[in-house]
Design a protein around this ligand. Structure first.
Ligand SMILES: [Zn+2]
Length: 63
């Protein structure tokens, strides 16, 4: 499992609410830049924080 730049807190938040907070500035993210299936039950969202320009990704279990 690779979670790159996302913190555990961001991951758990994303899992339940699907709206992560930027790990750099704490701004709530609303729309993923990109979403892709890592495998059939896991989706990776790529986010780009507009206020600070930080890019990060989160993995979410689906199904
Ligand atoms: Zn940010």
């Amino acid at each position: 499992m690779t979670l790159e730049n996302a913190t555990p807190a961001v991951i758990s938040f994303a899992r339940y609410f699907n709206r992560p907070l930027c790990p750099a500035c704490g701004n709530e993210q609303f729309v993923p830049e990109l979403s892709s299936f890592v495998h059939e039950r896991r989706v990776r969202h790529a986010w780009l924080c507009e206020p600070c320009g930080n890019g990060f990704s989160t993995d979410v279990e689906v199904g």
